[in-house]
Unconditional design. Structure first.
Length: 374
């Protein structure tokens, strides 16, 4: 018996399906392209399908994946109709963006005022935002109370577990974060990408290497190994645990790298005393047009100070000046350090006198050079 051919979708429904698939594919790319989302959005408006709730919700999700909360909010505000799923989507976006927990709670109030009935997905998101808000304010005990009252261990969603792990980590309560993460896993709740990104900074030093390797196993098992921020967090973890070769292997295996990926490698080599390799990584960054920022230059200048690479340090100073970064307090203070360690006292003094903000290190260098307190 021949297979029945499904009836053709009406043109509008087919377009919605096609464009929703395009948006989801864009959100899944690494990194998501906001420009391509804007083009799809514009085409959908022209074709008259932007008003479809499923399409608009997919755009909100994709905007969040592209780290553009303002665009996600604009899409939401422009949507002609909003169901609970769309509200939940924007709530979830706010809840997972740093310092946006209070906005998530305000959005929940707007949802109720609009007469939209929350569902069983809404409450874990709102409670996680409440936990995040308390932790951002340092009120960890209040966050713990919300977490405890949110249900039994087996009934909590990964969203709630993640909020508590992230809250502990944010307040440098690493042992507590590790305990909650272990409890979550023992309850059979699988971590998501945000859980792992929040948890990895808690692991530093040889004692926590095994836990870091366990997290790395989760990343591979759950198919998150193409997530750039998560791989960056793994690289940083291996670096802090003294596993430079593993950190570099992960970096070299990345098909897409962010500026944070590069900065982590430069900083790792500088911090472990391999100044020459740190400087080589910086040159590689420039060759591969990876970009740079003040964090990059501070690490490179610190490497120059360690190794006595005065000529390279002078070149980086001029490079910073040509890009308008020499007035940054972090760069100015490390320049004083670099020139002083390389014996260029006049240059150190010139930079020091130009600083609007002086830190302890640069002041101590000049005190030592001049033999008296400033």
């Amino acid at each position: 018996m021949p297979l029945a051919v499904p009836p053709a979708l009406p043109r509008a429904a087919a377009l919605v399906q096609q464009y929703t698939s395009l948006v989801r594919a864009g959100a899944a790319s690494s990194p998501p392209s906001l420009r391509s989302l804007l083009r799809i959005h514009a085409s959908a408006v022209v074709l008259g399908i932007f008003g479809d709730p499923a399409f608009a919700t997919s755009l909100v999700n994709a905007a969040a994946a592209a780290d553009s909360l303002p665009y996600a909010r604009r899409v939401f505000d422009a949507a002609p109709s909003r169901d609970a799923y769309m509200w939940n989507t924007l709530l979830r976006v706010h809840a997972r963006v740093p310092d946006s927990a209070a906005d998530a709670l305000a959005l929940y109030k707007q949802m109720r005022a609009a007469g939209v009935v929350p569902d069983h997905y809404t409450y874990p998101i709102v409670l996680s935002a409440l936990i995040a808000m308390y932790c951002q304010e340092g009120a960890v005990a209040d966050a713990e109370k919300v977490f405890v009252e949110s249900g039994s261990d087996g009934s909590r969603t990964v969203v709630l577990w993640t909020a508590m792990v992230a809250g502990y980590a944010q307040n440098c309560l690493f042992s507590e974060a590790i305990a909650v993460f272990g409890n979550m896993v023992s309850q059979g709740v699988l971590p998501n990408e945000i859980t792992l990104i929040s948890f990895l900074p808690c692991l530093h030093g040889q004692d926590w290497l095994a836990a870091g390797q366990m997290v790395h196993g989760f990343v591979v098992k759950l198919g998150y190994d193409a997530n750039v921020p998560l791989v960056n967090a793994l690289i940083a973890m291996y670096s802090k645990c003294g596993r430079m070769a593993m950190a570099e292997a992960l970096f070299n295996g990345m098909t897409v790298r962010s500026l944070i990926s590069w900065n982590t490698m430069v900083a790792m080599h500088e911090q472990y005393g391999d100044a020459i390799r740190a400087i080589k990584f910086f040159h590689r960054m420039l060759t591969e047009k990876a970009g740079f920022d003040c964090v990059t230059l501070v690490s490179v200048l610190s490497a120059c100070a360690q190794s006595g690479a005065l000529e390279t340090g002078k070149w980086v100073h001029e490079f910073a000046r040509s890009h308008g970064l020499d007035t940054d307090a972090r760069i100015g203070n490390i320049l004083v350090d670099m020139y002083a360690k390389c014996g260029e006292i006049a240059d150190a003094r010139e930079v020091f006198d130009s600083l609007r903000e002086r830190n302890y290190l640069s002041t101590q260098h000049m005190n030592t050079v001049n033999g008296h307190l400033w």
